[in-house]
Design a protein around this ligand. Structure first.
Ligand code: FAD
Length: 375
């Protein structure tokens, strides 16, 4: 498509990464964000790039999509660092999925057998082997699974990089601009913004995370069935001699070390609508789950608590692709996987928008799968 212009509604990791890939190809892109870019779920996330450790039974298609995104993440990160001048702390140490008691070990073994059957790159480690890798784990742990290809990135640095790269390459970002709705007019689509003139483009991308279904004017069959799923998460400061080098996951919590010494500890998963309050119960459950695996965290300085709203779709799979009306493109519903999936979502969406063709990679994640059902 020549002289294409695209407006992206929502400046989270999904909207920004699609915008970056499009401006990189020399296309005209405007991102419209109701607050500050990168201030919602994408900032709060832990930054795990976890395919093997995160994706459960009966989600094999999602697993393969995550694996594809993992495959391209190193190059995605390098190009972003080069376009923005910002290093994104891509860490390739792998992830330990830890069983802290016998019951947890039974569940872990069941998961491991499934992972092996499906050729996940995972390895069973004994208690001793696990403690050799991470001496600050609880001496009571029973065993672990090492997911050697599940990595992590500092999502806040990725967001900064995306914002900088888009600006460096001539894209436009409008902040503090709430999109009220879209109106189709001829071949174009007008995006109506509160208190400002509309932005007109060939294609509007709905990347408004948990708020995606609230944009007025989306034709009924295309309204994405997305809801907010609340997550509370903590940030601690690792102080020597305490140290963690791998992402560590258990049944109730995970710990994600950053190269600057922060340790991200998450997260609750709560069906509370658009409620973003931090609660004592949320903090307690996260800390308890993390403490069972790594008791030493209780001595670490608490730097902060945060809350984000994951965009969860009805089937918990992403919703990416052209809508019934091809002036509208959907990129939402990334739920617990928006950081890992940002790379494949951005590359495939940019290709699709530039060519006008559907992405085969997102075939079964197309918004059209909901079009025949009531929302
Ligand atoms: C606690 C927690 C931990 C997580 N950990 C991980 C992890 O380790 N790995 C991983 O892969 N994923 C993780 N996730 C999931 C990940 O954060 C999300 O899937 C991802 O951030 C979704 O990105 P997004 O751009 O769709 O949404 P958001 O980041 O929420 O961005 C949507 C943007 O749209 C804007 N917007 C909304 N309505 C409008 C409007 N009307 N007009 C203009 N702008 C609008 C919002 O202000 C917002 O900035 C985690 C999430 C949480 C909450």
């Amino acid at each position: 498509m020549k002289n294409l212009s695209t407006v992206v509604i929502g400046g989270g990791i999904i909207g920004l990464s699609i915008a970056w890939r499009l401006v990189r190809e020399g296309h005209q892109v405007t991102v419209v964000e109701k607050g500050k870019v990168g201030a919602e779920a994408s900032r709060v996330a832990a930054g795990m790039l976890a395919a093997s450790a995160e994706v459960g039974f009966e989600e094999l298609e999602l697993y393969h999509l995550c694996r594809e995104s993992l495959r391209i993440w190193p190059e995605f990160a390098r190009e972003l660092e080069s376009d923005s001048g910002i290093q994104v702390d891509y860490r390739s140490n792998g992830t330990l999925i830890v069983a802290h008691d016998a019951d947890a070990a039974t569940a872990l073994k069941r998961g491991f057998d499934f992972q092996k059957e499906n050729h996940y790159p995972v390895e069973w480690l004994s208690r001793e082997e696990t403690l050799d890798l991470e001496p600050f784990l609880s001496p009571r742990i029973v065993a672990s699974v090492f997911a050697s290809e599940d990595h992590a990135v500092d999502n806040r640095l990725v967001l900064k990089g995306l914002q900088r790269a888009i600006s460096n390459l001539g894209g436009q970002i409008i902040e503090e601009a709430e999109v009220l709705g879209i109106v189709f007019s001829g071949d174009m689509v007008d995006v109506q913004i509160e208190g400002r003139p509309p932005v007109t483009a060939n294609v509007a991308v709905i990347a408004a995370g948990a708020w995606s279904r609230q944009i007025a004017g989306i034709p009924t069959p295309d309204v994405p069935p997305v809801r907010p799923v609340k997550g509370q998460i903590l940030e601690l400061k690792m102080d020597r001699p305490f140290e963690l080098n791998h992402v560590v996951r258990g049944r109730k919590a995970y710990l994600v070390p950053r190269s600057d010494g922060r340790l991200i500890v998450g997260a609750t998963s709560e069906e509370m609508g658009f409620d973003k309050r931090m609660t004592a119960g949320g903090v307690f459950s996260v800390l308890e789950g993390a403490w069972e695996m790594v008791p030493g965290i209780l001595d670490l300085e608490l730097l902060g608590i945060d809350v984000g709203l994951r965009p969860g779709s009805r089937d918990h799979q992403p919703i990416v692709g052209y809508c019934m009306d091809r002036r509208l493109y959907m990129a939402t519903g990334h739920y617990r996987h928006g950081v890992i999936l940002s790379a494949v979502t951005a590359l495939e969406s940019a290709k699709s928008i530039l060519s006008g063709k559907d992405s085969p990679v997102f075939g079964q994640f197309s918004p059209k799968r909901f079009a025949r059902h009531e929302i």
